[in-house]
Design a protein around this ligand. Structure first.
Ligand code: ZN
Ligand code: ZN
Length: 643
């Protein structure tokens, strides 16, 4: 958010707000900030007659970030009022973050207690009630460094980010912080907010630096939106995959193994196996070739691929055997391996497209503070594939990837949103590859989306330097979005590795490479699935599909015979032969979220029928065993959603 250029070009006290008021008083009243010549500014910023001034209204794309960032200032102002010796770190707005809509970092020796949070929130409400204004102050860099010489955190921001004329904002009596702005004009604009939690955070994210306290909060333009978000958060907490993972005995982490390294227990590993089986079936049916590559590779490979230069901070350090001169590194990505397989023999346009797929386990360094159960782990398996194609076949390959993703997401009952990231039309110098090839690739992606009738958002300037891409975000059962699939065109790696094929003209050409993953990280996807289903996996994925519950010990033998029948049909079945009441057995199966329960009593023993319950609908009546078997087998084979 840059605004100083506009503000210094001011004249005669004309503000953005004044311009808006003369044009449309109603819109000016709702505006929280302004866009002056395309740059976001405070409403109080000075403008000249010739500037274009537009209002930023609550419904605009930039508005929530400004609003939440303003709420972060409100938080810091309240903290300084109550704890005057506190020093301030960063206070950004957050988007789509389950932790909240903003945070502020505070350097303060005494840890904030829940009681402190309540006091701070109360103080924030007082500032809102008093409608305290946000005021902007500009000074020279030297003046600022002098003024804040006792505050090493502020001096850091001023030196690193302040430029020649750093700007500051005040709010109330004590708060002043370096900030570029813009903000809402006054605290009274902030209608609905809540403080959520306190966490430790290192200054500059560096474990060697002092530990600060990060207060998370969120804010919305209306109380209804805030309430809905809080309710969703509560629902998410009930579905938290870390909690359900423990309760359903799916996975764990131990300190002995190391942080971010997941252990899948039998039931979790079984679900992963079933997921992969599903994917392998689709891959083979769609003309992919399966490949398999090592977990480590010589550092030379990562140098050629450019990972060492671009990605070093995420890679594990090199290892070396004394008698060898070569260093090895754990793989952070699978791409260079698949490229080696492509290069293993001369290629002709007739064999393209080649589609190499691998459930490839990669290792990336994640700082221990940012891990979150399965969502960010240090070793994970991607459902990775690389397509090597000619310009002529690119579009059809993209259609294939999108169709694949649609099939997979429909199986899990996800809605999704599609984003197409293309070059920045203003600045095409930062991209690798010729204009022709970019135009071709962007057209292929666009046509593929159109051919499938997929609605998408086109994002200018979000393409990687090496090619345009399509991202798919799925929407889970409680309307949260998760970035999953990426279909990324790459002009870079083929060039770095000198890939070729012989074209119909008998000349060598460079293939176009596409990286694509549908689920992304299987571990993260597993975490998402647990939360999406709230632990109630569809029948085909349930570790135990049927629990046979004899109502008395004398029926255990016959119940076991029913279980054998079902197992012979390929189902995963358990018999609860404990000497417990049938009520206790049902409760237990329900807690374990087993989709089907067979209540086995004397009448069933006589007739050969089964009395069936589902975990969601309860009692669904008595039916012949064969009819039940047909129903459940159909659900498993079709991978139907949960009963
Ligand atoms: Zn600010
Ligand atoms: Zn790749």
């Amino acid at each position: 958010m840059e605004s100083s250029a506009v503000q210094s070009a001011a004249n005669a006290g004309l503000t953005a707000l004044r311009v808006l008021q003369t044009r449309d008083a109603a819109a000016a009243k709702r505006a929280i900030a302004a866009r002056v010549n395309g740059v976001l500014c405070d409403l109080s910023c000075l403008v000249s007659e010739t500037d274009t001034v537009e209002p930023v209204l609550p419904e605009d794309a930039d508005a929530l970030e400004i609003y939440r960032h303003s709420t972060a200032h409100l938080l810091a102002a309240a903290v300084l009022d109550l704890f005057p010796d506190t020093k301030l770190g960063a206070g950004p707005a957050l988007k789509d973050d389950p932790k909240g809509g903003f945070y502020y970092d505070f350097l303060q020796e005494k840890p904030f207690t829940p009681n402190d949070l309540a006091r701070i929130e109360k103080r924030m409400r007082e500032l809102v009630k008093r409608n305290v204004p946000f005021r902007r102050i500009e000074m020279s860099r030297d003046e600022a460094l002098q003024k804040f010489s006792a505050d090493e955190l502020k001096c850091y921001f001023i030196s690193e980010k302040g430029g020649e004329n750093p700007s500051f904002y005040t709010l109330g009596d004590r708060f002043i912080d370096f900030c570029r702005g813009p903000h809402v004009p006054s605290a009274g604009c902030i209608k609905a907010f809540k403080l959520l939690s306190v966490a430790g955070a290192y200054w500059l994210g560096d474990e060697k630096q002092p530990q600060m306290q990060r207060i998370y909060g969120t804010s919305f333009f209306t109380q209804e939106e805030l309430d809905a978000w809080l309710q969703q958060r509560e629902e998410a907490a009930k579905r938290d995959h870390r909690k359900l993972g423990r309760e359903l005995d799916l996975f764990s982490f131990t300190e002995e193994v190391g942080s971010g390294l997941v252990l899948f227990h039998p039931k979790g590993a079984l679900i992963l196996h079933l997921l992969q089986e599903f994917l392998y079936g689709e891959l083979l049916a769609r003309g992919y070739d399966l490949v398999r590559t090592p977990h480590i590779a010589s550092s030379r490979l990562w140098e050629t691929s450019g990972h060492t230069a671009k990605y070093r901070g995420d890679m594990y350090p090199a290892m070396q055997f004394e008698e060898e001169s070569v260093e090895y590194q754990l793989k952070p990505m699978n791409c260079p391996f698949h490229i080696q397989i492509y290069k293993s023999q001369p290629r002709s346009y007739r064999e393209l497209p080649l589609r190499y797929a691998e459930m490839g386990t990669v290792y990336r360094y994640e700082r221990s503070g940012v891990q979150h159960g399965l969502l960010r782990v240090r070793g994970f398996t991607q459902d990775d594939a690389h397509l090597f194609c000619t310009p002529e076949t690119l579009e059809a390959e993209i259609v294939g990837c999108l169709d694949f993703a649609q099939k997979v997401y429909a199986t899990f009952g996800f809605d999704y949103k599609v984003e197409l990231s293309v070059r920045d039309a203003q600045d095409q110098t930062k991209y690798l590859g010729s204009d022709d090839v970019w135009a071709l690739a962007e057209a292929a992606l666009t046509k593929a989306l159109d051919r499938l009738g997929l609605a998408y958002t086109r994002v200018e300037g979000e393409a990687a330097f090496y090619g345009p891409k399509i991202d798919i975000k799925v929407i889970d059962a409680i309307r949260r979005t998760w970035q999953l699939a990426t279909i990324q065109v790459d002009f870079n790696l083929p060039q770095r590795f000198g890939l070729e094929y012989i074209g119909a003209d008998n000349q060598p050409h460079m293939p176009i490479m596409v990286h694509r993953a549908i689920l992304g990280s299987l571990e993260r996807f597993f975490g998402l699935l647990i939360e999406h289903f709230g632990g109630k996996f569809p029948v085909w994925l349930s570790p135990v599909q049927v629990a046979v519950l004899p109502i008395a010990d004398r029926l255990n033998e016959q119940a076991a015979a029913v279980a054998r029948r079902l197992r012979a049909a390929g189902l995963r079945v358990e018999v609860d032969a404990r000497s417990e009441t049938i009520g206790a057995k049902i409760r237990q199966a329900q807690l374990r979220k087993v989709p089907y329960m067979i209540i086995f009593g004397d009448r069933e023993a006589e007739t050969g029928d089964v009395a069936v319950r589902t975990r969601s609908e309860g009692d669904i009546g008595t039916l012949p065993l064969d009819a039940f078997l047909a129903r459940i087998t159909h659900e498993v084979q079709q991978r139907l959603p949960t009963p």
